[in-house]
Design a protein around this ligand. Structure first.
Ligand code: NBP
Length: 488
């Protein structure tokens, strides 16, 4: 008998929590996992009492199945099957299995961190097979999946009305009445996964910027962890208010068993799963300068070369850092402003990349809605995204966030502080790759004439690559025989 509103395959942490979230919103869910013992453990566990009552009452609405055939037969038509398995080959393997048992018009939703070209390919393949595919970003980790993630769906537009109610109900909510879902249709094919990838890239940038602010405050000012807690607490009460500032604040309060601060005992080698790298790689393909996120990826790479850095630290010298003698309070505020202005450049670059990708793939992206999707539930959630939404609502065709009146004024106000912080860090030999990349981007973007005239002359000199002239129409190319023209 057809009964469940939706089915979910893949009962690791994300899948389990999404299922409970759906059931908590009144939906009936059929579940399947390759390893059937996991299905039994999960469904059996729902009958036990949970201390915080997260799954209380859900057991009646969640049923497990041991075969894909039984699982699919238990779903209402058109069947909605959400896949939450490891990205890559496992997603293709599950789709192949489903293709054999689903009927035309049924809907497959991949909610994993899939690479967007895979989603584009699956979208086309499944369209040919008469199935409707959605690739959706789901952000917020385990807790978000359980209590309200940010959901970024894209794919076959006809499938959206069939999943909209479920997804919007289980998503995070924002707004003064807490009734605006952080879930809206993003666009065709891989658009949803693309937006999730950009979200993750921006997350890389935000995290690195916070780390650079921490590094300057710790090394240039000598702030203690307790003082850093106070600084981040204050910052979280202002325009920087965000999930990442909040958790950073809290990290400075956590002590190890011996009473010392845990953060100081953590090895300084960052790991990564690849979504930041994907964004940078595609920025290069598109030819857009997503410099902050790329620098943030490189910063993780350099941090991972721990042994090499330790060896180099014994050989290479830099300036010694004197005790700070200036106005501490002023400098802390300078760092806050540098962080804010840099963050703005990062989001500006992210949106420029989104616009370029939309053009490349023919997607109609709504930048204001995308800001809203990230406003709650996800890792980059912040007050700032409300201002970005307002900027795109005011001008949906805004070419660059830096050109919006509100952000233009904000960056101009932050500028003296931002420059003081970057130059201080450079003078003290403290690495601030993303702060510097942000400032260079700002200076480059606002520069009406860059030194690329000389670069074009060099290219024409050694390779006859031609150049455009300032006194001729665009698109008209010239060449000079530089060797015969030179005067040396
Ligand atoms: P994992 O990414 O750890 O995947 C484990 C699941 O994949 C299990 O259910 C496993 O089944 C299944 N699976 C594998 Br592995 N190979 C399979 C195959 N060939 N056929 C069928 N099933 C297979 O789970 P997760 O951490 O819950 O993440 C799920 C997705 O959500 C991933 O794409 C992840 O990147 C994304 N995501 C995760 C987070 C997070 O915080 N963890 C946040 C946002 C997005 P088994 O039990 O039989 O081995």
């Amino acid at each position: 008998m057809s009964q469940h509103d939706i089915g979910l395959i893949g009962l690791a942490v994300m899948g389990q929590n999404l299922v409970i979230n759906m059931a908590n919103h009144g939906f009936s869910v059929g579940v399947y996992n390759r390893t059937t013992a996991t299905t039994d453990d999960f469904v059996g566990g729902l009958k036990t009492e949970s201390a915080d009552k997260v799954w209380a009452g859900t057991a009646d609405r969640i049923k497990g199945y041991h075969t894909v055939e039984e699982f699919v037969a238990s779903l209402k038509a058109p069947r909605r099957v959400m896949i939450m398995v490891k990205a890559g080959g496992p997603v293709d393997a599950v789709i192949e299995q489903l293709k054999g048992v689903l009927s035309p018009g049924d809907i497959i939703i991949d909610g994993g961190n899939s690479y967007f070209p895979d989603t584009n390919r699956r979208h086309e393949d499944l369209k040919k097979a008469g199935l409707r595919f959605i690739g959706t970003g789901v952000s917020g980790g385990e807790e978000g999946a359980l209590k309200g993630p940010s959901i970024m769906p894209g794919g076959h537009p006809e499938a959206w009305p069939f999943v909209k109610d479920i997804f919007q109900k289980i998503s995070a909510k924002v707004g003064s009445n807490n009734d605006i879902p952080c879930c809206e249709w993003v666009g065709e094919a891989g658009a949803g996964q693309y937006v999730k990838m950009v979200h993750n890239g921006i997350e890389y940038g935000d995290m690195q910027l916070i780390c650079e602010a921490y590094f300057i405050l710790k090394n240039a000012l000598g702030l203690t962890n307790d003082e850093l807690y106070q600084v981040f607490k204050e910052w979280n009460a202002g325009e920087l208010e965000s999930y990442l500032i909040e958790i950073t604040r809290d990290i400075f309060t956590v002590k190890d068993a011996d009473g010392s601060h845990l953060v100081d005992k953590i090895l300084d080698t960052a790991q990564q799963k690849g979504t930041g790298k994907w964004m940078s790689q595609h920025a290069l393909d598109l030819g857009v300068p997503t410099t902050l996120i790329t620098e943030a990826v490189y910063a993780r790479c350099l941090s991972a070369q721990k042994d090499a850095r330790v060896r180099a630290s014994a050989v290479l010298s830099g300036p010694s850092i004197p005790a700070f003698t200036g106005d501490k309070k002023q400098f802390i505020d300078d760092v806050r402003q540098a962080l804010y202005a840099s963050k703005l450049c990062s989001y500006a670059q992210g949106y420029v990349q989104l616009d370029a990708a939309a053009k490349e793939f023919g997607w109609k992206l709504n930048n204001g809605n995308i800001a809203l999707l990230w406003r709650g539930g996800c890792i980059i959630r912040s007050r700032f995204l409300g201002d970005i939404k307002a900027a795109f609502d005011k001008n949906p065709n805004l070419e660059n966030l830096l050109l919006d009146d509100f952000f233009k004024a904000a960056v101009e106000m932050a500028q003296p502080s931002w420059r003081r912080v970057v130059s201080t860090a450079v003078q003290l030999g403290l690495p601030v790759p993303v702060f510097s990349a942000a400032l260079s981007y700002y200076d480059g973007y606002r520069c009406g004439r860059l030194p690329a005239n000389l670069l074009q002359a060099q290219r024409d000199y050694f390779g006859a690559h031609t150049y455009e002239r300032t006194d001729k129409p665009r698109g008209e190319y010239s060449h000079t025989d530089w060797i015969h023209e030179r005067k040396t």
